[in-house]
Design a binder for this molecule. Sequence first.
Ligand SMILES: Cc1cc2nc3c(=O)[nH]c(=O)nc-3n(C[C@H](O)[C@H](O)[C@H](O)COP(=O)(O)OP(=O)(O)OC[C@H]3O[C@@H](n4cnc5c(N)ncnc54)[C@H](O)[C@@H]3O)c2cc1C
Length: 232
Amino acid sequence: MTLCDRERCTGCGACAASCPQNSITMVPDEEGFLRPSVVETCIECGSCRDACPVLQPGAPAEGGTTAYAAANQDRAARLASSSGGIFSLLARWVLTQGGSVFGAAYGRDFAVVHRRASSLEELEALRKAKYAQSDLGGCFRQVKELLEGGEQVLFTGTPCQTEGLRTFLGRPYDGLLLVDTICHGVPSPRVWQRYISYRREQDAGGAQPVAIDLRSKETGWPGYSIRFDYEG
Ligand SMILES: Cc1cc2nc3c(=O)[nH]c(=O)nc-3n(C[C@H](O)[C@H](O)[C@H](O)COP(=O)(O)OP(=O)(O)OC[C@H]3O[C@@H](n4cnc5c(N)ncnc54)[C@H](O)[C@@H]3O)c2cc1C
């Protein structure tokens, strides 16, 4: 099965999620970015090509789009967010309606992973930008299952990921809210892990960090900084 050209693949994983044979896995390439790899159980059904946002680009919105500028009125929420804290407002609204929110969190060893939040407590981990490609795991399939069951879902991610989810789903759902970030591109997860190792050695003699904030506002809003916290 021929997927989209490697140079144009964003690693969104829509192909892997759509495969009825589970013949596509997402594996790190030589730079550490997740890319699809097809194994021999592939029956060449073409589901992956239909789900690929590069091969099936969406039509531009008719009549253009309307832009609004807004910021969260709660200062504490803005400080706990990367930017204006609008994500938290949208997510809270969906959660109070009984829906689910999907976004990027830190997993084991601060690897960036997408996960579901169905409570305000779980939402905390999704706030703030993490600057590495996130592993979507089984999120696309989980989103589809929830939507098919009539539930409300807010999915946030990079524009490449939200577009991948849209083509994977293949049709609009009333319960779906797609929110993407303004994004100049995601760094490689391998570079991210190497940066963490470098900081551990430099800052704390190899100690494991307990928290990482890539958009700390302690040094001010325009001059925001990176903060690593270590045990002890
Ligand atoms: C990879 C990346 C690149 C960015 N590049 C720019 C840029 O070029 N210019 C700019 O102005 N802003 C950029 N941002 C910041 C982004 O636009 C803000 O996070 C956004 O404005 C949301 O801010 P907020 O305060 O509303 O929400 P926040 O509470 O900060 O929420 C951040 C949101 O981003 C999601 N997210 C975090 N990390 C990732 C990730 N690695 N992959 C996918 N989704 C993630 C979270 O799930 C959450 O929904 C980037 C963010 C990311 C994640």
